[in-house]
Design a protein around this ligand. Structure first.
Ligand code: SIN
Length: 276
């Protein structure tokens, strides 16, 4: 008999999936988990004791794994490290973003497993891009729906990009080329069918057909708009916690409030589809 139970976190996004062991999830519980992921944008699990191989096996139930080219891999190249050492000041993911929007087929989701946590701090925040889109005025929705935006690795992972100017630079590979890929500014989510805002400050460079200077004021408005507290949820990590977020439906932000303490997470990113 299944004990699975989905507990919603806030009005806009996030749910805890209780009563499951991800290392031995039945097919019917997997369907409940899949529906929770579609409905809530990000789902969380507690008290899991999964090995790296079980992390990979769970990820493969969702699709193919995409290797992140810039993060340090763990012993298994399919799993990336998200690490901040005691001495480091900069964390990875410490700004609102969605993963891999610089790919032509952007990652559908990322599964983050806590391996070493600070005693306090190091939460991850999420914001619903469905809620952000829904709250726009009819006029701005209409304008944005005809538009596309370009995304690239330059600002985050390029030689002159963010991480190379910080104490995370040494552990990251530099992106030597950063081709721009184009996605709609408003996507129709491939699984839920809902409309979501799909630009982000880490990887979006400009609107297609607009200059960076023309694009920036409207992008800045959207970035402020999209992180209103009402659109967000916040996850407090504990030993055994796992988060699985939908990169098309949410943004996330890793809080950097634990200087002097180590935090190590293992991340697997799952391949997505072209966005329309
Ligand atoms: C990330 O941005 O993928 C990392 C999130 C986190 O470490 O909480």
């Amino acid at each position: 008999m299944s004990n699975i139970h989905v507990k919603k976190m806030t009005g806009a996004c996030g749910a805890e999936v209780l009563g499951v062991n991800l290392a031995s999830l039945s097919n019917s519980d997997m369907e409940t988990v899949r529906q929770a992921y579609v409905d809530h944008g990000v789902i969380f699990f507690r008290d899991q004791k999964i090995t790296p191989d079980e992390h990979i096996a769970f990820a493969r139930r969702w699709g193919d794994i995409v290797i992140n080219k810039y993060f340090t891999p763990t012993e298994n190249p399919l799993i990336a490290e998200v690490r901040k050492e005691k001495e480091q000041k900069t964390n990875i993911g410490g700004g609102w973003h969605t993963d891999h929007s610089y790919d032509a087929d952007p990652a559908m989701g990322s599964i983050l497993v806590a391996r070493q946590l600070p005693e306090e701090g190091g939460d991850t925040l999420f914001s619903s891009m469905y809620a952000a889109y829904d709250a726009l005025s009819p006029g701005l929705k209409k304008t944005l729906e005809g538009m596309r935006a370009l995304h690239s690795t330059a600002r985050a992972f390029g030689a002159a990009g963010f991480y190379q100017q910080t104490d995370q630079g040494g552990g990251m590979k530099v992106a030597s080329e950063h081709p721009e890929v184009s996605h709609p500014v408003v996507i129709t989510h491939p699984e839920s069918g809902r409309k979501a805002l799909y630009v982000n400050a880490a990887f979006t460079t400009r609107f297609e057909g607009w200059t960076p200077m023309e694009s920036q004021p409207l992008l800045d408005f959207l970035y402020r708009h999209a992180v209103q507290p009402e659109f967000t949820c916040r996850f407090r990590w504990e030993e055994g916690s796992i988060a699985f977020w939908d990169n098309r439906a949410t943004w996330h932000y890793a809080a950097n409030d634990y200087h002097g303490h180590e935090r190590l997470m293992h991340r697997i990113t799952i391949k997505g589809v072209p966005l329309g």
